[in-house]
Design a protein around this ligand. Structure first.
Ligand code: NAI
Ligand code: MG
Length: 496
């Protein structure tokens, strides 16, 4: 099977005609050929998006008109949850039930932003008191324009939808460049958007490699706003490219999120959320709680129980019943994680369990659920994002020490705290320097709640109302209804 690009309302081959393989990480085999878009395709797509935006064909529908189309897209996803989830598992390796959550969330995201588009239309402009009654001033929010979206492979369809749904709801037009490691579900998204009757040019999909397609999109002068999710080095490049045209940019860049566990916690509850916080989606989660801080008295028992539970996790292909940990996404990530594990051997950290390829797999990018303890604070595995099924655990004594260790990171995407003392949880939550804080849990994500990071974890917020506002420009309209009585030049006094 060969995929195509979707530009200006039509499925078309890449101008240069090339393809690259979609690879199933459980078998290491190609199952499709993805169109390799390049600068020329990006240019056509951006020009189509520009024309569509400037024509007003989409923004002119108004919030309720666009909401009706968005709900059709949501419906188009809902009726295909099972087959798109299976495709996502084949391309990414994640367990099928997790892929089902993703695709259901993607459908909900379109319904949610349909509601927000309608609400914005109903609210209309905001009147403003400028302190001088001769003036009538109001704030009008307008779509930001042409959006360039560059997305990752860990939640291939969902991360795209976090951008596409609010951008379309707000009245923007968009060019989406998904990750070359997992493009297939975004091709299906393009089919659904096409079938829902979105006008030509409003949504465009260009699959391809980062340097070939992502870079020209981030540099294109006709793009008004860039939305990126991925690594810090690539995010920096996107931000630099945006500076050329003084374009708005939102970045979601991952982290090394801490999870603080106090002595008064229920052990089983703590272990369950630690496991979910790092092994869900194979640890390929920007908000994964990969640094666990455990209060001293609980530390030995917790490590013992965590080891047992990690060793009991069923590893296998994502489409097999009962599997909780699939293969990591690609050879490149497998090698990268194995490199971290190799270097960790001499870091001084204690390997509690895992650390290598599991037995019994001839093929597939499988890595054991891995736990390190007593990790030196300057060790690479404690400081850098591994983006795989690897967790580090360290002890602490006091609340203040836990907070200071937790905040000692260049990242600030998420953080979690667990204690039966809710006042303590509130104190800690207020002091963690991160955009997402979980209390007595780790990872539950809601479309309604703003998502994004402090520090090197990014700029801006996705999801919630903030994720909609991110696709708007703000305009003030100020009217003077008093004829000539300003009079600074044409006679008269000082207007004050
Ligand atoms: P990446 O940041 O290179 O890829 C993300 C997207 O950027 C992809 O669509 C890619 O094609 C595109 N891209 C690559 N180079 C580009 C360029 N020069 N200009 C514009 N776009 C470009 O991430 P990669 O290499 O796939 O993963 C490496 C690491 O990044 C992971 O190990 C993980 O630590 C982190 N990461 C974080 C994610 C998050 O959710 N915050 C998601 C994926 C990766
Ligand atoms: Mg793949």
């Amino acid at each position: 099977m060969k995929t195509e690009l979707y530009i200006d309302g039509a499925f078309v081959p890449a101008a240069a005609g090339g393809h690259f393989p979609a690879i199933n990480p459980a078998t290491e085999t190609a199952f499709a050929e993805v169109a390799a878009g390049q600068a020329e395709d990006i240019d056509r797509a951006v020009r189509a998006a520009r024309r569509a935006f400037d024509s007003g064909v989409w923004s002119g529908l108004g919030g309720s008109g666009r909401a009706a189309v968005l709900r059709k897209i949501a419906q188009g996803i809902k009726v295909r949850v099972d087959d798109i989830a299976a495709l996502e598992t084949r391309d990414n390796g994640k367990p099928l039930p997790e892929a089902v959550w993703d695709i259901e969330d993607a459908a909900f995201c379109f319904d949610y932003y349909a509601d927000l588009a309608e609400a914005a239309e109903a609210r209309g402009d905001t009147r403003l008191d400028v302190g001088d009654e001769r003036f009538e001033s109001r704030i009008r929010r307008e779509p930001a324009g042409v959006v360039g979206a560059i997305t990752p492979w860990n939640f291939p369809m969902l991360m795209a939808v976090w951008k596409v749904a609010p951008a379309l709801a707000a009245g923007c037009t968009i060019v989406l460049k998904p990750s070359e490691l997992c493009s297939m579900s975004c091709v299906e998204l393009a089919r659904i958007i096409d079938a829902a009757g979105v006008p030509p040019g409003v949504f465009n999909l260009v699959t391809g490699f980062g340097p070939d397609a992502g870079a020209p999109l981030s540099e294109h002068p006709l793009v008004d706003k860039l939305a990126f999710t991925g690594s810090v080095p690539t995010g920096r490049k996107v931000m630099q490219a945006a500076s050329g045209g003084i374009r708005t940019v939102s970045l979601e860049l991952g982290g090394k999120s801490p999870f603080i566990i106090f002595n008064d916690c229920d052990l089983e509850k703590a272990v369950e959320w630690i496991l979910f916080g790092i092994f869900w989606n194979k640890g390929e989660v920007c908000s994964a709680t990969s640094r666990i801080l455990v209060q001293r008295a609980l530390y030995p028992r917790l490590l013992e129980r965590l080891k047992q539970a990690a060793e009991a996790i069923t590893i296998g292909p994502g489409d097999q019943d009962g599997v909780k940990l699939g293969p990591v996404v690609a050879r490149s990530q497998y090698d990268k994680i194995m490199g971290f594990l190799e270097r960790a051997r001499t870091s001084g950290a204690k390997l509690i369990t895992g650390g290598r390829r599991p037995d019994g797999f001839a093929k597939g990018y499988y890595i054991q659920p891995t736990v390190f303890a007593d990790v030196p604070l300057d060790a690479e595995i404690w400081r850098e994002e591994i983006f795989g099924p690897v967790v580090c655990v360290n002890p602490f004594d006091t609340e203040a020490e836990a907070i200071s260790l937790a905040n000692d990171s260049p990242y600030g995407l998420a953080g979690a705290v667990m204690s039966d003392d809710l006042e303590r949880c509130d104190r800690v939550a207020a002091k963690l320097r991160a955009g997402i804080i979980w209390v007595n849990c780790s990872q539950p994500t809601f479309t309604q709640a703003p998502w994004g990071g402090f520090k090197s974890s990014g700029i801006g917020r996705e999801l919630g109302q903030a994720g909609y506002d991110a696709y708007l420009e703000t305009k003030q309209i100020t009217r003077f209804d008093h004829g000539c009585d300003w009079g600074w030049y044409l006679g008269g006094d000082d207007p004050q």
